[in-house]
Every structure is written in C-alpha cells, then in structure tokens.
Design a protein around this ligand. Structure first.
Ligand SMILES: C=C(O[C@@H]1C=C(C(=O)O)C=C[C@H]1O)C(=O)O
Length: 409
C-alpha cells in the first residue's frame, strides 16, 4: 500500500552535507560525537565482544571511545568503531527539509497483513498460556518505506529529532552495500552508504563506575494535541492490566539478567508513566551496583539484549516467531546503539523510533508487544503512532501512517 505526499510545509532542501562521524548520540545523558581517527572493530557476536573491545582499546589514546550498533539478531555481526575521542560539537543547526517532496510512502507489509500476523501471534500465545515454558510475549514490527526524489539529509533530520528532549537522538553509520566500502582511516565522512538515524526513548544500560541504570519501556498509547484527550489516554494506559502485564515481563527479565552481576539492584521509583512528544509509555528505572565494575557497558548491553521490550518471552522462542511472522529483516532496528570508553563506562540505547537511511530512501521501523488478549488493529494503530516522530522529523505528516492503516485509527 503506497501513498504520495506533498507536504505544504515543504521548503528548500537542506543545503549542508550529511552528518559526519561514525556515531553520534545526543540526549538527557549528554552528547557523544565520535571524532578524530576511526578504526573499525572486527565484526563479531556478543560472545567475543569483550575480547574485541579490549583489543580495540589496547593501543588507543586516553580519550578513545568505542561505539556503534549491535544487530537485533544475536547471531549477526555487530558494527563498531573505535574513535580517537568523543566531542560534543552540536550538528543540529541544519536548516531546510530532510526529505524534500514529493515523497512516496509504502507500508511493508500492508497494515492488514501486519494485523493478520498479530492475530496469528495472539492465537499462538493463547494456545501456550499456562504452559511452563510457553510463549508469553512476541514483539512484532513493520516498516514504512520512504522514497524521496533527493538524498535524505541526515543533519536536517537530526535537527528535528533533538527538539524532543525526552529522547536520545542518534546516528550510527551502518555497513553499506559491500561492507567496508568507502571506509577510510579518518572518520570525517562516513563511507557514506547507510546509517541508522533515530530518537529513542529507551535506555538499555548506562554504566558509570559501578553504577548501572536501565530505563525499560513497554506499554504504549498515542498522545493527542487536545490536553484532555491526552490525559485520558495516559490514565487509560496507567490503568491497563494488559499493558502492565506486558511491562512487568520486561522488568522481570532485566532484573533476572542483572541480578547475578550486581551487589544490589532495585526499582526505586516503581513503574511510572513516561512521555515523548508523540507517545505515552509505562517505564521503570532499574538501578544497581556492579560486583565487577570493569565489565564494559557494551558487554552488559549485549548480555541484556534482546529484552522482551523488543523481542518477547522466552527470548529464543519469540525470536523464532519473529523470523517466521515478519517479512522484513530487522537489521540493526531493535538492536542496541551506544558507546563506551576505555574504563567501560558508557550508554547503550534500544534502537527504536529510527530509520535506516540510504541515499534518497528511508526504511522506518515500529513494533508493538503482543500478549494474550492483544487486539490486532489496536496494535497496528500503535505501530502507526510510533512512526509519527520519524515522519515528523522527515517533514512529513506525523499521522501519515495512521492514514495508511485505515480510517478507524
Ligand atoms: C518496539 C518498539 O517499542 C517498544 C515496544 C513498546 C510496547 O510494545 O508498548 C514500548 C516501547 C518499546 O519498548 C518500537 O518503538 O518499535
């Protein structure tokens, strides 16, 4: 299903070149922009990550920082760089439109096919309910393909994304067509082919010394311009037993995974409503103190990934169902993006509310947690609402995905 959009707000295409650096994060935790000479870290999976990071830092200068992306699938290689230093030069003064129109927007798969996959997942969850190792949750995602007549301007996109100060805006260079193509020794321009750009509200793991923090989200509702309607949506989410169940699975999983690594671990604030500009979520901050504070943040993040916020429970079974029910490969969407320094301190975020940008095309991703009792069209509309932040940042109508998903949204 495709629609063509000509946005009346369309202005001149942004004039400046695309964002430089291999990785960039800007959010409540500060700004980290990779700078200076960059060296690729040999790709691999979580099992070898600690060794590969130690090698990368062995001959590095004092300010070196490693960062990049871990893929959704644990059996796929990561994409990481070691940079000479982290800077904080803001890149978001780029004027102009990120995706000058007219733009074509295609839902892949069509909304009704996604709704059908949700219905199939829900039947499976119902059939397994109560079984000791039965499936309890499956997160299903879909994509929106954006085709613009001009190259998508990443700086202009980031300039819009950073306006929401509740999220961490990010840009991470990805392996392009022909991995390694265009990769020079110096990290000015990025090999140029592909990047993951987004603004995530979800912190997988932050580590400073022995202190760790994870801010997990699950359970969602669309926000509304009308304040009363918005407050009603928030109250309904806070009171929803289905969403609380969906959320509790994520918290339980993170506590279970971190517990053996920590001296103490708790959720001091409990579960609360948390908001981005376009979505309400249930969120829980989990804080702990590590037994071994030398384990790098990236290794801890890889240990946690994929949480039931983006995969399901039990994780391996849910991942198998995702491979069966989703037509598109997730790539680095729903993986993790982040950085860490030579001491292992750093921050890793859940790679959601993002798009893979490649020249004049973008692939936007959004998923929703399916549990027993989930309604297929409600989940389809939830994913449509989750596209709004990226669509808006691209200069497109934020409700375009709701339009594509049908008039009852
Ligand atoms: C999977 C996504 O979001 C995740 C799923 C949520 C849910 O199912 O309620 C909420 C926040 C995220 O953990 C996404 O935005 O693509």
């Amino acid at each position: 299903m495709t629609i063509a959009l000509t946005d009346p707000r369309k202005a001149e295409p942004a004039a400046r070149p695309a964002a430089s650096g291999r990785f960039l994060f800007h959010g409540p935790g500060g700004t980290v922009l990779s700078q200076g000479s960059h060296a690729p870290i040999a790709p691999g999976t979580a099992e070898t990550l600690e060794r590969r990071l130690a090698e990368a830092f062995r001959d590095a200068g004092p300010g070196a920082v490693a960062g990049g992306a871990l893929p959704f699938r644990r059996d796929r290689p990561d994409h990481l760089w070691r940079a000479a230093r982290a800077g904080s030069r803001p890149l978001w003064d780029a004027p102009g439109e990120a995706a000058p129109g007219p733009v074509r927007l295609t839902s892949v798969p069509a909304p009704e096919i996604y709704a059908d996959a949700v219905a199939r997942a829900e039947r499976l969850l119902r059939a397994e309910a109560g079984l000791p190792q039965g499936l309890r949750k499956i997160v299903l995602a879909r994509t929106l393909a954006v085709a613009s007549p001009c190259p998508i301007h990443e700086d202009a996109l980031l300039a819009r994304l950073v306006q929401d100060d509740s999220v961490t805006a990010f840009r991470v260079g990805l392996p392009g067509a022909g991995i390694g193509a265009g990769i020079g020794a110096d990290g000015g321009a990025d090999g140029g082919t592909r990047a993951l750009v987004g603004a995530t509200p979800e912190l997988l793991l932050d580590k400073r010394g022995a202190a760790v923090l994870s801010h997990s989200l699950a359970g969602s509702a669309r926000r509304h311009r009308d304040t009363e309607r918005d407050a009603r949506a928030a109250a309904a989410l806070a009171g929803s037993a289905k969403d609380r169940r969906e959320h509790a699975m994520v918290v339980e999983y993170i506590l279970d995974t971190l517990a053996p690594l920590c001296r103490n671990l708790d959720c001091p604030d409990g579960t609360r409503l948390t908001a981005t500009r376009s979505m309400w979520h249930l969120g829980t901050r989990i804080r702990g103190r590590l037994r071994d504070d030398t384990v790098p943040a990236a290794v801890l993040a890889a240990r946690l990934h994929p949480t039931p916020a983006v995969c399901g429970l039990p994780p391996a079974d849910a991942a198998r169902q995702i491979a069966r029910l989703e037509p598109e490969d997730r790539g680095f969407y729903a993986g993790a993006v982040g950085w860490c320094d030579a001491r292992g301190d750093g921050a890793w975020h859940v790679a959601i509310r993002c798009a893979e940008i490649c020249g004049s095309t973008a692939r936007l991703f959004a998923g929703a947690g399916i549990v027993e009792g989930s309604d297929p069209w409600a989940e389809t509309h939830e994913t449509a609402a989750k596209f709004a932040a990226m669509l808006d940042a691209l200069g497109l109508p934020g409700d375009a995905a709701l339009t594509l998903a049908g008039k009852d949204a």
